[in-house]
Design a protein around this ligand. Structure first.
Ligand SMILES: *Cc1c(COP(=O)(O)O)cnc(C)c1O
Length: 459
């Protein structure tokens, strides 16, 4: 018989303070496998830590969101937000499902092109588009969402040399009842700047104004804000028709739907409080349908969600390095993935689970990453069972932003694996090696030798 693991007994103060609807049970369910593959096997085969994506979950989530919108509105188009996760295989799953690409830099634009997205299906957002980027986007017939007047003037200037007419939209920011307002991108609605921009575009006669765009924030819990935003964009569309007899082709409501992750400081878990795709879809489509836009002119509705479509599909699996007691007696568990890989742990109380069967006893624990840096904390406080050195863990809902915001800091970035719909795992990004990093460096001739002429040895 296998010897049971010794667990140090602890005396704990009972904090009955705020009983939630979950009672006081603190048993933690392990996640022992992902899409039917044991976590232990994934780690043996692909190393530790390792990011694991479920293709089935991506496709299922996409279809859920698609159904919510397409059953409520006649013409819907999704555009995958590249910055949320631009691993090519992830993007291609979305493109296969029917998504266009939504990019915010020349680099992301080129990535979309190499993923086979036709130029006319790339939405180019963001405040930083170089003259060359803009020229390329015009030549390819991409949808340029103008962020500021300097960009507008640059496009007008480019019209002098370009044979093609630029296809443009403006990004509009507005008061949607969420504060602080996101007013740094695009043209403001309330102060009239959005109309200034529209007037200049229309009067220039040099561009095709195809759309109106808003992206009101990220992790937005208030569906009512989307309703307000859609009302305001619809009002601009109605105004354009009245004043210029111009009918726009699309309204782009951006992204920003909350994922089921739990924000720091939230009382209930995100999985209980996050609005459903139906809630968001109802808020947006009911606004457009009741607007004064004529039914025959109803624009295509574009959505650029990232987070809500990919978070659930991503896991980070790894291994416990050590346990220790802090000066005050508190338990600390050190795992092999830190904030370098899990950038979102600055905002989320990530759902960290054992990947092995554990005892029912949990203890308030701090989970540290492996970095030699004080802020490397994955969970400041979590009721967690004892995991021994070498045991595996899994962190759920890490699909959004981590593979784009991760840092090559102190250590190398690991393999990323995708489990396809037949249950076969594939490496979709190889773990970095010393060469990956050193290949980008060059050393001037006078630094080639590190011999300082004297030989010093420690005794
Ligand atoms: C980041 C971004 C998105 C995606 O946001 P999520 O919060 O991931 O849904 C969509 N549109 C624009 C313009 C963005 O900058």
């Amino acid at each position: 018989m296998e010897k049971l693991t010794f667990e140090r007994p602890v005396i704990q103060k009972i904090n009955a303070g705020l009983p939630s609807k979950f009672g006081i049970s603190s048993r933690m369910e392990p996640i022992t496998d992902i899409e039917g593959i044991p976590v232990r096997r994934l780690i043996e085969e692909f190393g530790s830590p390792v990011f694991v994506f479920s293709e089935a979950t991506i496709r299922k989530t996409y279809k859920e969101a698609w159904r919510a919108f397409s059953t409520r509105y006649p013409r819907v188009q999704f555009a995958w937000s590249y910055k949320t996760n631009y691993l090519n295989s992830i993007c291609r799953v979305f493109h296969q499902e029917g998504s266009w690409a939504e990019v915010v830099s020349g680099f992301e634009y080129d990535k979309a092109i190499t993923n086979g997205v036709p130029g006319e299906q790339i939405i180019f957002n963001g405040p930083d588009k170089s003259r060359d980027d803009l020229a390329k986007a015009i030549a390819n017939g991409s949808l340029i969402h103008i962020d500021h007047f300097d960009e507008l003037y640059e496009i007008i200037d480019l019209c002098g040399t370009s044979v093609k007419r630029p296809k443009v939209a403006i990004r509009v920011n507005m008061d949607t009842g969420i504060y602080p307002q996101w007013d740094r991108f695009g043209f403001n609605y309330e102060n009239g700047e959005a109309w200034d921009a529209l007037n200049r575009i229309m009067v220039s006669g040099k561009m095709d104004l195809l759309g109106l765009h808003a992206h009101i924030g990220t992790y937005m819990m208030q569906t009512g804000s989307y309703h307000i935003a859609a009302d305001k964009l619809a009002a601009l569309a109605v105004g354009l028709e009245r004043k210029y007899n111009h009918v726009i082709s699309y309204i782009d409501m951006g992204g920003g739907f909350a994922s089921k992750n739990t924000l720091k400081g939230a009382y209930y878990p995100g999985s209980d409080t996050t609005p459903s795709f139906d809630d968001y879809a109802e808020a947006i489509t009911s606004s457009l349908m009741k607007s004064e836009i004529k039914p025959e002119n109803l624009p295509m509705l574009i959505l650029e969600n990232g987070r809500a479509l990919i978070d659930d599909a991503g896991y980070l699996a790894g291994t416990v390095i050590a346990n220790k007691r802090l000066a005050d007696g508190r338990r600390a568990t050190i795992i092999d993935a830190g904030v370098n890989l899990l950038f979102t742990s600055f905002w989320y109380e990530h759902d960290l689970r054992p990947a092995v069967n554990v005892s029912d006893q949990t203890e308030d624990t701090t989970i540290y990453g492996p970095l030699c840096m004080n802020i490397d904390v994955i969970r400041g406080s979590i009721q967690f069972p004892l995991l021994k050195k070498g045991d595996q863990y899994v962190i759920r809902r890490v699909g959004a932003y981590n593979n784009t915001q991760w840092l090559q800091f102190i250590t190398l970035r690991p393999n990323v694996v995708m489990i396809d719909i037949t249950g076969t795992p594939h490496i979709i990004r190889h773990g970095e090696t010393l060469n990956t990093i050193n290949d980008l460096e060059s050393v001037p001739e006078h630094l080639e030798s590190t011999d300082n002429g004297t030989t010093q040895r420690t005794k």
